[in-house]
Design a protein around this ligand. Structure first.
Ligand SMILES: [Zn+2]
Length: 168
């Protein structure tokens, strides 16, 4: 596996519609393995292929990070959100491609997603709360949408430090 370069804005690929995955081959599997390693190295909770300069509809999300349950890695290939809950919540988001910027984003509290795994097998999934937020953020990347365009409020590094305390 390898750590990949994370594309940061401004970059055209971050604003582009990603291409559907059609080949579920060793090349895709290597990309997914590398994306995972890159996400862990960057301390992210999700990563989308366009963020490592690949125009492909593939994301990795870390589930259960705010719950008692064990963390779970989920690979979503050609994912589509087929239903959004009507109830929403507002929470803080950041992005590996937009370093040191954080903002409040309103998201659906729950989503239903159809997707394929790395072998092309089709699945359906329901997620709520923070899991649903991570999924929505990462799938937005496949459609060239960044959280900064949806944020109702952005915070300066100073405001972040005031809210969460200085690091070190
Ligand atoms: Zn992001």
């Amino acid at each position: 596996m390898a750590i990949l370069n994370v594309v940061t804005e401004p970059a055209d690929i971050l604003l582009a519609e990603a291409k559907p995955v059609t080949k579920f081959d060793a090349k895709l599997h290597k990309l997914l393995d590398d994306m995972y390693e890159t996400m862990v190295e960057s301390e992210g909770v999700g990563i989308a292929a366009p963020q490592v300069n690949q125009s492909l509809q593939a994301v990795i999300v870390l589930m259960n990070i705010d719950s008692e349950e064990e963390e779970e890695i989920l690979e979503l290939i050609n994912p589509e959100i087929v239903q959004y809950s009507t109830d929403t919540n507002v929470d803080l988001e950041g992005c590996l491609s937009i370093p040191e910027q954080f903002g409040d984003v309103e998201r659906a509290n729950g989503v239903r997603v159809e997707f394929e795994d790395r072998f092309g097998k089709t699945y359906k999934l329901e997620a709520i709360g923070y899991d649903a937020r991570v999924i929505q953020h990462e799938i937005d990347h496949l459609h060239g949408v960044l959280f900064t365009t949806k944020a109702s409020k952005m915070y300066t590094p100073e405001e972040m430090a005031d809210m969460f305390g200085e690091e070190e």
